[in-house]
Write a protein that binds this ligand. Structure first.
Ligand SMILES: Cc1cc2nc3c(=O)[nH]c(=O)nc-3n(C[C@H](O)[C@H](O)[C@H](O)COP(=O)(O)OP(=O)(O)OC[C@H]3O[C@@H](n4cnc5c(N)ncnc54)[C@H](O)[C@@H]3O)c2cc1C
Length: 436
């Protein structure tokens, strides 16, 4: 099957984020040109593509990644940096929708993404400001019950890194009056997301992998016995193709387009606050997210800025005034930052699946894909990249369990999925506001 599309990444430069401004040095990489062949070709140099590519290169495979913009240009280089274990869909939801055996399987892998990240940071000495612990905060007693249920459920699967925090204990970690408590996950953490991606790319290249940048794939033939990928100036024929374009892939691979919806979320970075003020806000230096449907997520950077994110726009458009939008929420959490200067504000797209469960699968015999982490993909993309690598390397045991999960299309199809999702999110936001 052949599909064509246009460019999506403008001039390919990173978005104007704090991360791009504080990125580690990275080489200029060539664009794909001419006629090429490779064993394994990957579309997209975000965490999914890099994770699959690095794992395959470690196993001795010849890998090339074709990236439309720059390494980490997509969600992977502009996200909240929060290493949060678990999928967006809870184990409870997975149990209800897919049964106990699947929930048990998912419970057995939900902490692996975070472990992969830490192993790679250590093994390849990636400088990305890794810090430990993430905290889920509660605004209501219903949220506290939800967190306690989550803790108990995870404990029933033998995952015991989580600890409930009452108002007093939470205050030791987050100095905000907005919350009545929360839960700390000692296996979570946070890091500089773009520098993680750049470090993984360098590790892949050190193992002989090749990354082409500024090379938007405009045509994919995944039905051919040897898949073919075309860019404006080049062509790559491969034995195995792995598609990791996630929310930015658009219509390039038509069977994948209706499976996920791009959704944008925004982040801003204050000016450096100085260590004293920064630590007076988040003394333990964990990363924080609340448990509402449309949530706030925030943390401190290595240079003591507050990186504050939140909000969603279905369809993936950027709001007109990101700072104004986020400032209102920031002040509810930390009123003392009312007039704080904001140095950077940016937006990025994640891929939402209707079930909030990531999807991995195969098109034909030799083409794999992974996408749809639904906003909780820092760990998931690392894990699913690895599971695809295992499959390509001949071990389909984990790929087959996840690949077999039923996929739920968006109601209303591509034409109506945005308005329907907006209506759905209003309902959940209303429940959050009413505290039910
Ligand atoms: C603002 C923001 C904040 C977030 N915060 C968090 C968080 O704190 N914690 C968390 O767990 N998750 C978070 N997420 C989600 C997480 O970042 C993503 O789930 C994860 O990075 C997805 O990785 P990926 O490699 O699948 O996709 P991406 O990182 O988006 O990578 C896809 C790549 O494919 C390339 N591509 C697309 N189409 C083509 C094409 N035609 N040709 C060539 N290349 C192509 C793109 O340029 C891009 O580089 C956030 C997302 C956003 C946007």
């Amino acid at each position: 099957m052949r599909i064509k599309t246009n460019n999506y990444a403008g001039n390919g430069a990173h978005t104007d984020s704090y991360y791009a401004a504080s990125a580690n040095p990275s080489p200029v990489r060539p664009a794909l040109s001419g006629d090429n062949t490779i064993d394994i070709c990957i579309i997209g140099a975000g965490y999914s593509g890099l994770s699959a590519g690095l794992d395959l290169a470690e196993k001795g495979h010849k890998v090339a990644i074709i990236e439309g913009a720059k390494v980490g240009w997509g969600a992977s280089g502009r996200n909240g940096g929060q290493i949060v274990n678990g999928l967006n869909a809870s184990l409870q939801t997975i149990d209800k929708r897919y049964g106990g055996e699947t929930a048990k399987f998912v419970a057995s892998i939900v902490q692996e993404g975070g472990q992969i990240i830490r192993q790679r940071i250590k093994k390849y000495d990636i400088q990305c400001d890794l810090k430990e612990n993430n905290i889920f905060t509660a605004l209501t007693s219903a949220h506290m019950r939800e967190l306690e249920e989550r803790r108990q459920l995870w404990a029933s699967y033998g995952i015991n890194n989580q600890e409930m925090l009452d108002r007093h204990d939470l205050h030791k970690h987050v100095r905000s009056e907005l919350y009545c408590g929360g839960m700390i996950d000692h296996s979570g953490g946070h890091m500089h997301p773009l520098n993680l991606a750049l470090g993984e790319a360098a590790a892949l290249e050190a193992l002989g992998g090749v990354i082409y940048e500024d090379s938007t794939v405009v045509e994919v033939d995944h039905a051919a016995s040897l898949p073919v990928v075309k860019t404006a100036q080049g062509k790559m024929t491969c034995k195995t193709l792995i598609i990791c374009g996630n929310a930015y892939l658009g219509n390039v691979v038509q069977p994948l387009a209706p499976r996920v919806m791009p959704v944008s979320t925004q982040i801003m970075a204050t000016k450096p606050l100085g260590q004293e003020l920064a630590r007076s806000l988040i003394p333990g230096d964990a990363c924080i997210e609340d448990v509402r449907y449309i949530l706030d997520y925030y943390r401190l950077s290595a240079d003591h800025r507050l990186l504050f994110g939140g909000g969603t726009v279905y369809g993936g458009a950027d709001p007109r005034d990101i700072k104004a939008k986020l400032q209102r929420n920031l002040v509810k959490v930390f009123p003392q930052l009312q007039n704080i200067e904001i140095d950077y504000a940016w937006s990025g797209n994640f891929a939402l699946s209707f079930s909030r469960v990531p999807q991995i699968g195969r098109l034909g015999n030799n083409t794999y894909f992974a996408h749809g982490y639904s906003g909780h993909g820092v760990t998931g993309s690392h894990l699913f990249g690895k599971i695809i690598s295992e499959a390509v390397n001949g071990d389909l045991s984990r790929f087959d369990v996840f690949g077999a999960l039923k996929y739920y299309p968006f109601p209303g199809g591509r034409a109506l999925r945005v308005p329907y999702s907006v209506i759905g999110s209003w309902w959940y936001a209303l429940r959050d506001r009413l505290g039910i």
